[in-house]
Design a protein around this ligand. Sequence first.
Ligand SMILES: Nc1ncnc2c1ncn2[C@@H]1O[C@H](COP(=O)(O)OP(=O)(O)OP(=O)(O)O)[C@@H](O)[C@H]1O
Ligand SMILES: [Mg+2]
Length: 353
Amino acid sequence: MESSVRNILEQEELKWVFVGGKGGVGKTTCSSVLSILLSRVRSSVLIISTDPAHNLSDAFQQRFTKSPTLVHGFSNLYAMEVDPNVEKDELPNVEGMDSFISELTNAIPGIDEAMSFAEMLKLVQTMDYSVIVFDTAPTGHTLRLLQFPSTLEKGLAKMMSLKNKFGGLINQVTRMFGVDEEFGEDAILGKLEGMKDVIEQVNRQFRNPDLTTFVCVCIPEFLSLYETERLVQELAKFEIDTHNIIINQVLFDEEDVESKLLKARMKMQKKYLDQFYMLYEDFNITLLPLLPEEVCGVEALKKFSAHVLTPYQPSTTPKGTVEELVKRISTLRLQLKEAETELERLRKGKDKI
Ligand SMILES: Nc1ncnc2c1ncn2[C@@H]1O[C@H](COP(=O)(O)OP(=O)(O)OP(=O)(O)O)[C@@H](O)[C@H]1O
Ligand SMILES: [Mg+2]
């Protein structure tokens, strides 16, 4: 297995790339970087955030809306931020409509969200992007999104059976409530029916490893390892392909670190990195360094993308050798000298006072 995400760029047929993981581990950063890299090899790329707390705008330092907007500095990279929650004010404000929708939601939990997700997929499908990257919300929510196609299929079947059973009863009731023809039961059934094709198609596509893959982002810590395992198992249950893990915020022993805190953190990280490699030997594992600053704006993202493509090379001086000790001692000498100069400077200042 390779230690970069190059395999994703080389998978020419790939159409849907989901990026997910625990909160704050770097999903938005990694999905943004992936979309930038993909834009170099594909004709057109769309990155979608399904996180209600949209942060693509922060990452790219550009306002995005629910329709695709060209990202500054690119000719083929578009971004959009959608709210997976149904936008209540967009529903027609008709008496009885609320109760109808809430009844529907009670009968088929998640149907409202599923419908808006399906609407979005339908829209995106017609737009003909070469590849679509999803910056998803923290784990639980993502998996729910991926379940939506089957939620909808179930919902549809239920609606149809109800329709057959009760004939025009629901229709009569909605008419009694004064619901407009346009928003009546038939219209809603029609709308659901209309989505059926899209849903079936997407359902098939999501389960096809040539077309869809899920990239798990995590950090080398216990909770994240645990969450990743849960995620990988859930994905297997939904038959969604996953073969890439990005471990972000890794502390690399590049400079001779003398900080006790950093050393302790590195030791901890090493423990979990070893476990990741053991558990996921059939995955492409990409390690990304923890930077001293945030990854904000197109330039920073582009710079960061280099790490995603080229695997990290560990320090060339092996541990515990004479060479390494000499290097460490010279670093320490340098630091001691700096501290002495600083002390000298402070003392001189004080003497004057
Ligand atoms: N390797 C890194 N080094 C330094 N800063 C990083 C790194 N990766 C991400 N960040 C920063 O950490 C913050 C969180 O990253 P990001 O928004 O990508 O996480 P997220 O998983 O999308 O979070 P959320 O779950 O809130 O959506 C951002 O400010 C980002 O710039
Ligand atoms: Mg995010």
